[in-house]
Design a protein. Sequence first.
Length: 464
Amino acid sequence: MKGIEYAGLESVDGPIVVVKRSENSSYDEVVYVRDKFGEKRTGRIIDLNEESAVVQIFGTTTGLDLTSATVEFLEEPMELRVGKGLLGRIFNGLGKPIDGYPEIISDKKVNVNGCPINPYARVYPRDFIQTGISSIDGMNTLIRGQKLPIFSGNGLPHNKLAAQIIRQAKLKGSDEDFVMVFAGMGIKYDVSQFFKHTFEESGVLSKVVMFQSLADAPSIERIITPRCALTAAEYLAYECNMHVLVVMTDMTNYCEALREISTTRGEVPGRKGYPGYLYSNLAELYERAGKVQGSTGSITQIPILSMPNDDISHPIPDLTGYITEGQIVLDREMSQKGMYPPVAGLPSLSRLMKDGIGDGMTREDHAPVSSQLFAAYSKVKTIRNLASIIGEEELSPLDQLYLKFGNELEAKFFTQGEYEDRSIEETLDLGWKLLSILPREELYRIKDELIDKYMANSEKEING
């Protein structure tokens, strides 16, 4: 019962405490555990049986004594206080302010675990988001309400890319601005400061809510961080009718915390030691993006995960790819060549792209130009493999044109400045310029009337 403290613990194992169950205990209920000096630790119930409750402590269990410690069951889930005062604030992973200002003033508190969105209430995403990055806008378009993760690796510039997307993202043909929700899980202090300074310099800090669980914070705290962030995003999107862009980094640290808890509880491990419920746990987070009927707001998610050993078949990127609508894959070889952003042309994918581009949304030639760029770049990869065996001088004239096209595509289309913001029209015009390197008969994915309409201007600019 709330307000009553029960004496004694049954066992303590790392961040997991087993206590005698109270009559009204429930799953995900918040629990206070106090040591003999009265110091309070917050936890939540993660497992129940008829006699005991398993409590996950958000912090250290050092100093807890089995006989003198006390437990208070609050009979309520973990909640986040929400309101428009969230914007411009910085919180820790449990939703407590760490920016030197007091709690926001609001009488509304929301369960951080959220509620599943009724599939019938979902609105299909169709609105194009212009990021100003050609490799994304042109070939892997981001749609409002989509969840499009960035698959990266240690040392790759995924944070720079995410910051650039946050600075430049806009809805084409609309004056409506995005607000940002940033969730950092197990990130280093310098990464946290990088995002904060980026938001300050670009003038968007007042429209950002930051939740940070730094690397020196208890790893268990990382489980709650994305839930707090998404709870804030849902309030801003569905109750305040705002367009919310959620960036969550690094999902690999989140999954490592899940594995740590699972191991401590003695659960049977799945692939590479991760719990068997990793898929459903990730889906609980990713499926909180989208648009719903009755609200003009939306939540667009960009989760960032660093693939261990750059292995895209690792359980974390593998399961993430099943749940989300595509992925932006960063390539280490491109990064080592000095290319930014090093977005891999062929492994990257946006499954909702086809529904948010075309006449009236971007431009009538967007889909065929994108398709032709993919097809031609795929052929470039094949020819490069052949050239590594027989040498470039033995290639046919057409193959050498393809090599030239591939080099130009990487140097001018995939590569751009960190602060370079290209419109979708500039991106598509650049695509036409590059395609004009190839013979017309090779552009078999584009209708003749579109080639006549757009290619002539590109050839004039090149010849001029």
